[in-house]
Design a protein around this ligand. Sequence first.
Ligand code: PLP
Length: 386
Amino acid sequence: MKLSASKRSFNICKAEIRNMTVECQKLKGINLAQGVCDMRVPDPVIEGACAAFKSGLNTYSRHDGLDILREAISEKLRMHNNINVDPNSEIVVSSGSTGALYCALLALLDPGDEVIIFEPFYTYHLNTINAVGAVPRIVKLYPPEWKFDREELGKVLSRKTKGIIINTPNNPTGKVYSKDELYLIAEFVKNHNLFLFSDEIYEYFVYDSREHISPGSLDFAKENTITISGYSKTYSITGWRVGYCACQRKWAEIIGYVNDLIYVCAPTPLQYGVAMGIKKLDQAYYKKLRSDFEKKRNIITKGLKDAGFSFIEPEGAYYILAESSHIPGSSSKEKAMELLRKTGVAAVPGSDFYLRNGGSSLLRFCYAKEDEILYEACERLRRMNR
Ligand code: PLP
């Protein structure tokens, strides 16, 4: 037999986010493509990790995470998310929220099971569904408000539907799902006996006095929800790979076995650093994070408007999906490359967030950057428009 890559791997397409980062590096440009949050890591997190290195906490942890971290996460879930889980049996610490989602899908889905995702989607969600041999079923979010149609949700349902993935606050749209929308989804998963995989990695990034609501806190969805989050964004530690999922014991146990198989454990000293962050940082830290990012959002929205882009104001996360029909190019990739060539600013082609022909006039900008870098990017974009 001829050597070939697995059939499965053909469904795991290369994310344009990475491609644009490579192109941007070649030109030494400003990378507003990848969601790398390069803010300062809070002191207790760094100090916690250093103390762990020095004190010899350098071996495998329990497969589902250090006790101290699971306990800190459980307390945080109770206070911040209104979710009550047993730290000893209902939390699995994994290699980032990406690892937690992969383990959860591998543990709970069979090949051929269908999973509903909202489009535009976070590309890794689609790829993770494909990686486990499940089948994505699309429900559209319609601009400008990025609302979905409840009838469409009903229409994609089949005998094979086993789950739904939701991401609030949302990448790439900046949407924060409303209470009504979440109730509707919660009722839907309950009525049809589906898993609700809820990616809440941007839970602390909500603006204009909005609040983040965890689907797992809603009565209907409590039992069906796998709450997934992590600290990559909140503590600016994307390279540390510490995330988690929280769910009923019977699911957490199996997800834990899969996590053990794939990752063995998340990096032990870094788990300790995150635990120290959760325990030692007070509400003022999260409040400041939120107001800092609200300011960044305001810088970029003004800059993009001045440069001729249109979009709706993001409600959360740190991305803007902007209508970019004034940029030359017949596809969003061409537009992204043209923008990069002319301004040195990298954005992600909108088509990366759609399954078929969608997103061709959209570009996604990430504003998790220092303010000066954002001002410089905005100035370059404005100049292009002159
Ligand atoms: N989920 C969403 C929606 C994201 O946008 C990202 C990163 O961009 C992640 C998860 C990755 O999080 P982690 O670093 O915890 O794997």
